[in-house]
Design a protein around this ligand. Structure first.
Ligand SMILES: Nc1ncnc2c1ncn2[C@@H]1O[C@H](COP(=O)(O)OS(=O)(=O)O)[C@@H](OP(=O)(O)O)[C@H]1O
Length: 310
């Protein structure tokens, strides 16, 4: 692809090229998909995008959103629920990993004409059609972010488990990460783009945090359901529907399903590596005080005056 030849590039920790496009860094495959979708993607009425910076809890929220939106067709306690035999990434594909011909075959919403997509795209790379037509088409975006120290540690383990680098690559990865050279990075700018969007268009962009999902799952689930136009009825509330969704999508349940323990994604990523510790604050087990301090310092500087704290 000619455009790639013109873009700034660096080598990631594993020697592969990573490119800067519109201010954000991406490996070749998703970058190609992003550019293609910018040109060709046609949003449909009620399409929903779940956007995250990598390793912020995407897999978890994909499962929850799928279950939430499809609960009238697939009850969360259905022994044949699709999440028991398909991975969240199969049910809710990453938009930028789809080919142009595949957008139309995504069928993961009860309203057969609309779709749920995952994405790591920053706001600047969203297909123009999604932004411009979002009012008339009622497209919505849910953004999930996570403490950056945990996000970094999660990225480190994910890469290590999938790419098996020689010995310790953490320092090298850290140097790249704080310079913003990571997939979807700089992670701070990624988050800030959607934070601003959520303030400007609160009925179109919902901003969520991994830590809030952990500490107040019922509240966050109600918030999400309301935002997506599918609030829980009194009957659902009384029947324990929220607990059932939380339990189906819980870390322990998902991690132990055969479909999530075996096999790989289309890109060769081991499915089990999407589930590691699922904890808040696991960074304490891996980062030095200096590294943690550096990440906190950048976070404070970048988010100062925005009203956002992580
Ligand atoms: N169900 C559930 N509940 C809580 N946490 C979960 C769940 N599923 C995945 N995870 C944790 O999310 C981290 C993976 O991030 P992503 O899913 O965003 O990865 S990816 O961007 O899709 O590659 C990774 O975090 P770490 O454990 O800190 O590495 C996963 O363990």
């Amino acid at each position: 692809m000619d455009l790639l030849l013109t873009l700034p590039k660096e080598k990631n920790t594993f020697g592969a090229d990573i490119f800067r496009y519109n201010g954000f860094w991406f490996p070749e495959v998703p970058l190609h998909g992003m550019i293609e979708s910018g040109k060709h993607f046609q949003p449909r009425q009620n399409d929903v995008f779940l956007v995250t910076a990598p390793k912020s809890g995407t897999t978890w929220l994909k499962g929850i959103m799928y279950t939430l939106l499809n609960r009238e067709i697939h009850h969360p306690q259905d022994p044949y629920h699709p999440l028991l035999t398909q991975t969240p990434h199969q049910l809710v594909p990453f938009h930028e990993l789809l080919k142009r011909s595949e957008y139309n075959s995504v069928s993961n919403s009860p309203d057969s004409s609309s779709r749920i997509f995952g994405s790591h795209m920053p706001t600047v790379s969203l297909p123009k059609s999604v932004i411009e037509d979002s009012e008339s088409l009622n497209c919505k975006m849910v953004y999930l972010c996570r403490d950056i120290k945990d996000t970094f540690v999660s990225s480190f383990h994910f890469l290590k488990q999938n790419l098996e680098p020689s010995n310790n690559c953490m320092e090298n990865l850290f140097d790249l990460y704080i310079r913003g050279v990571s997939p979807g990075g700089p992670v701070w700018d990624h988050i800030m783009g959607y934070w601003k969007e959520s303030l400007e268009r609160p009925n179109k962009v919902l901003f969520m945090r991994y830590e809030d999902m952990k500490s107040k799952p019922h509240f966050q689930l109600r918030r999400l359901a309301f935002f997506l136009g599918k609030p829980f009825s009194e009957e659902e509330e009384n029947s324990g529907m929220l607990d059932q969704i939380i339990s189906l999508c819980s870390f322990d349940n998902m991690r132990n399903l055969e479909v999530n323990k075996s096999d790989t994604t289309k890109l060769g990523i081991k499915n089990h590596t999407f589930y590691r510790s699922g904890q808040v604050g696991d960074w304490k087990n891996y980062l030095t005080a200096e590294m943690a301090g550096k990440l906190d310092q950048i976070t404070q500087e970048k988010f100062r005056a925005s009203g956002l704290s992580l």
